[in-house]
Design a protein. Structure first.
Length: 134
């Protein structure tokens, strides 16, 4: 299910330190009806999440200043119900997170297609809402 005009478009915070990746993700999400908000650092992501809490965060795990893992931990502290989709070329095992976070944190290996991205987003949002993805 992608966002439709009748539904509120999910607000997705994109956190990646590579501008080219951010532009590509913004385009992919916009074409599927989502409302993307890009930031290029963990510090900016925390500020953005406090100002306007997102429905979901797309998170690159390898970033300077603050690692994606540190940002993940801090985002879960800030909002324990937040959905986070880790998008990385490096492996990440969601099972290493506390059990309470397993249903709201997912992993998508780079490279991926727009369809794979949308499917992962919908799966996480549906799990958060206690529904099966369409």
């Amino acid at each position: 299910m992608t966002a439709t005009k009748q539904q509120q478009a999910p607000n997705i915070l994109i956190v990646d330190d590579t501008p080219g990746n951010v532009l590509l993700l913004v385009r992919m999400l916009t074409e599927r009806g989502y409302k993307p908000r890009p930031v290029l650092s963990g510090k900016l992501a925390l500020q953005a999440a406090r100002t306007e809490p997102p429905d979901l965060i797309l998170l690159d795990i390898t970033m300077p200043e603050m690692s994606g893992q540190e940002l993940l931990r801090r985002m879960l502290q800030l909002n324990p119900a937040i959905c986070i989709l880790i998008c990385s070329g490096y492996p990440f095992d969601v099972a290493t997170l506390p059990a309470t976070a397993h249903h709201q944190v997912g992993f998508l290996q780079k490279p991926f297609t727009p369809k794979m991205l949308a499917g992962s987003i919908e799966q996480l949002l549906a799990a958060r809402n206690g529904a099966a993805p369409e």
